[in-house]
Design a protein around this ligand. Structure first.
Ligand code: LR7
Ligand code: MN
Length: 575
């Protein structure tokens, strides 16, 4: 996704250094040097943007001018910003600190205007106002943050103010989840004092993003709630198509298309609506993206029309405030991060609502490769959240998740009031949800076997073991001592002869046995388990799966009934 373009270098930091010592206060005029209105009146003019350079974070204040000449319009139109190869030691250190604190390139963000322009990613269809109701409800925008970078947070807020019709924004509610970075204290309050629509709320302790969102919702008054992460950028026309869906039906929950803002260059990437994805999940209860299924495509004339999505990514969505309350908001027993997106997705569908992705609405998000903030030591937070989710919403299907985590459920607390909520709302079963909303999902119970795949040679304690996921595609499948904890040793033999986990299948094309996206076409992904000889026989090659004497490599050998290294035991095999 990341196509970088190198730009020239220059003295772009001068302005910030001068401004950095003048705290912006309420007295500060709302018009910046370029004459653009920068507050709540929407500045829609595209004319010559002279960036209003933000006050820098403390740790970048020391930064001196980078060598060469930085462009005035760094990052405008969502263009990538690439730092020069030649940097002073001081600058290199600042860049590194930025990465360490945020897990994205904060230094680059600080060089870009907090009012930068973006490309318009919408299809022509979206710009026809006949597709929207004229009388749309207003929304409060809730943005939770924990130790967010200054310019990134400001850019998120300004992208909302600059690119939304003023009357449709009630308030922007910033919820500080107990940050300790100094720029998020009075500096933040001073800065937004000039913006009457922006309200700052602070948690009294670290709540995690789920309870922080609930705190934000308690302060909301507008008929609609819109949630954003604290490192987003909204594009032109992002809001109206979302509100339109809710205006038509208050039980419709909507998500924008989430575009990728590069964590390194801050380039804004987008695709047209033919590339829209919908949300799903796997039995590890991880969220995943999928192409719009054919059955869904058939319901539409244009790819720009809203599409049903089994799940949402979690961070960016709008929901009718009363409907959110009726659904019991979030489970406040969820900690820090994770699982809340599936909870809201499942219950929306199961309790009579609809979840859609709206291709006309684009919001960018900085995707990062690690989480920069502290979690909680000693507790597997994500597992606890997921077990609560499974206990309340997944009925008998929860067993498949538990199997994946070696049935080690830990302590998930009390969920009786969530179960009662489900009963009171008379929600449908999880089976109904799977059959009707997510029929694409592979169900482990439909497999011939699920669990570990154990080799009987050399002591019989070695199992097929590999991580799956995009990153591990096309890599050789490994072996490891069997551990009975699911995870990387959890496999399924499907009825059509695939050995798979989630969307990845064991695939042999003559070299190594690798993982490859399941294609459903048998061929190199076709395996048969011969119950009497315990061999795993491969379709196209006619060979049998085996292991090396060191138990560290998979082999494909001519089938021979006298070799125990060709014998396998499949957990919960059902002939
Ligand atoms: O303790 C915390 N308190 C917070 O307020 C931890 C985080 N946060 C804030 C944080 O500052 C950020 O604004 O919560 C937001 C989300 O945290 P991120 O950005 O570290 O996580 P993420 O982008 O991986 O989060 C995705 O998954 C989460 C699961 O709980 C949430 O649903 C996020 O909102 C979600 N983000 C998106 O959906 C954007 C698209 C990512 C994808 C796919
Ligand atoms: Mn995020």
């Amino acid at each position: 996704l990341n196509g970088n373009v190198i730009i020239g270098a220059g003295g772009g930091l001068r302005n910030e250094l001068e401004e950095a010592d003048i705290p912006p206060t309420a007295a500060k005029p709302k018009i910046n040097e370029s004459g653009r209105q920068s507050a709540d009146k929407k500045p829609r003019k595209k004319a010559a943007p002279i960036p209003l350079k933000p006050k820098l974070q403390d740790d970048t204040k020391k930064v001196i001018d980078p060598p060469g000449n930085f462009d005035e319009n760094l990052g405008e139109m969502g263009k990538p910003v690439t730092l020069p190869k030649e940097m002073t030691d001081e600058m290199k250190k600042a860049v590194e600190t930025g990465w360490t604190n945020n897990a994205f390139n904060q230094y680059v963000s600080d060089l870009i205007s907090v009012h930068r322009t973006l490309p318009d990613p919408r299809d022509a269809w979206c710009k026809d106002s006949a597709h929207y109701l004229s009388n749309l409800p207003a929304t409060d925008v809730i943005i939770c943050f924990h130790n967010e970078a200054w310019t990134v947070l400001l850019r998120t807020v300004h992208s909302v103010l600059d690119r939304s019709p003023e009357h449709l924004i009630g308030r922007i509610i910033l919820v500080d989840d107990y940050s300790d970075m100094p720029h998020l204290k009075t500096q933040l309050e001073d800065y937004f004092a000039a913006y009457p629509k922006v309200q700052i709320i602070r948690g009294k302790k670290r709540e995690g993003l789920i309870r922080a969102r609930l705190l934000g919702a308690q302060h909301a008054k507008a008929p609609v709630l819109t949630y954003l992460d604290s490192h987003c950028e909204c594009t032109e026309g992002w809001l109206e198509p979302l509100l339109d869906r809710i205006a038509r039906n208050s039980t419709t929950v909507v998500c924008p298309v989430i575009d990728v803002i590069s964590d390194d260059t801050l380039e804004y990437h987008y695709r047209d609506s033919s590339g829209v994805n919908v949300g799903g999940f796997d039995w590890n209860l991880q969220f995943s993206w999928h192409a719009v299924p054919e059955r869904e495509k058939k319901r539409h004339n244009s790819t720009a029309e809203p599409v049903y999505s089994p799940t949402m990514a979690g961070g960016l969505f709008s929901i009718d405030r009363e409907y959110f309350n009726r659904l019991g908001t979030y489970d406040s027993g969820f900690d820090i991060w994770g699982g809340e997106n599936l909870e809201l997705s499942f219950k929306t569908w199961m309790c009579g609502g609809t979840l859609e992705i709206v291709p006309c609405s684009h919001v960018g998000h900085i995707f990062r490769k690690r989480s920069p903030y502290k979690w909680r030591s000693g507790v597997n937070v994500l597992r606890k959240n997921s077990v609560r989710l499974a206990e309340v919403w997944m009925d008998e299907y929860s067993q498949y998740y538990y199997h994946r985590i070696g049935n080690d459920k830990g302590d998930w607390g009390d969920v009786s009031d969530r179960k009662k909520l489900r009963e009171d709302l008379q929600c449908k079963s999880f089976k109904w949800y799977l059959d009707n909303i997510y029929p694409e999902l592979f169900i482990p119970g439909d497999a011939v076997a699920h669990g570990e795949i154990r080799n009987l040679g050399y002591g019989g304690r070695t199992c097929l073991d590999s991580p799956t996921g995009k990153k591990h595609q096309k890599k050789a499948v490994g072996l490891y001592p069997c551990h009975r904890q699911g995870g990387n040793q959890y496999w399924m033999l499907s009825k059509v002869g695939e050995i798979r986990r989630d969307d990845y299948c064991l695939d042999y094309a003559g070299k190594e046995v690798i993982l490859y996206s399941c294609h459903g076409g048998k061929g190199n992904q076709f395996w048969t388990y011969r119950e009497n000889t315990k061999q795993l026989h491969h379709g196209t090659s006619g060979k049998c799966l085996s292991i090396s004497e060191k138990k560290d490599q998979l082999l494909m050998e001519e089938c021979s009934q006298s070799l125990t290294r060709q014998e396998w035991l499949l957990e919960s095999y059902d002939s």
